[in-house]
Design a protein around this ligand. Sequence first.
Ligand SMILES: Nc1ncnc2c1ncn2[C@@H]1O[C@H](COP(=O)(O)OP(=O)(O)OP(=O)(O)O)[C@@H](O)[C@H]1O
Length: 262
Amino acid sequence: MASIDLRDASVEFKIYNARGRSLRNSLMQRVGGRIEGASGDHVCIRALDHITLSLRPGDRVALLGHNGAGKSTMLRLLSGVYEPSGGAADITGSVATLLDLSMGMDFEMTGRQNVILRAVFLGMKRAEARKLVPEIAAFSELGDYLDLPMRTYSSGMVLRLAFGVSTAIQPDIILMDEMISVGDAEFAVKARARLETMLSAARIFVLASHDLATLRQYCNRAIWLKEGRIVADGPIEDVLHRFEDRAAHGDQGALSGNVAHA
Ligand SMILES: Nc1ncnc2c1ncn2[C@@H]1O[C@H](COP(=O)(O)OP(=O)(O)OP(=O)(O)O)[C@@H](O)[C@H]1O
């Protein structure tokens, strides 16, 4: 079973070093979340504001909205990385967040050791984790490099390995910030095929992106966020039509910044 339920969930950030008048004033005028106001020593940004939604198996959800609308914060809330500051978030099922692929890798350790470390971190027993190595080694095409410390890898080699590990274990729920593309042209084709296999086997998939064509290609439902609130939630074409229509009629909040006043 895989499901996510948010009930009246909010996420707030308190910024304590915004004491300077000019910094506070400039924060008030930027695109982004809802500035809830400023008390003596801090400014409070409500990045998500009383969100209620349910995600169920079969949902392929596009998250859209202008810069600072709350998409990344939503992904972190859906993954359980953030606890709601108000309301509730119930997440059932294994979750993979394909956000920063090489996060947690130790560059003093070999590629092989890092594969095992990551798999164990994701909940596998060490013996099971070891069994993953040959497949990931073949996919990443790193050859003997797999037994050298990762600090000796090029950035492309790091990404090949990190991507290979991140896509080796099938989760119930996948959360992604923009569609991942790794490696040179030839490897990118292979990586895309592996990613698409993983996405289609996931029960729930959420993709935040500004690329509407990509959202149309992979999603069947869309949630449009603006200043941390849901403007629309429904079938992808319905929501994207409204979004494009608002942008065409000059609603700067649809495609670009939206000034939030305290
Ligand atoms: N760690 C943080 N500390 C303080 N404020 C934050 C933090 N993370 C996000 N915010 C604020 O929360 C709001 C939502 O940010 P978020 O990164 O979720 O937006 P986004 O829709 O992903 O934007 P983008 O399209 O630019 O990536 C913004 O006002 C941002 O400044």
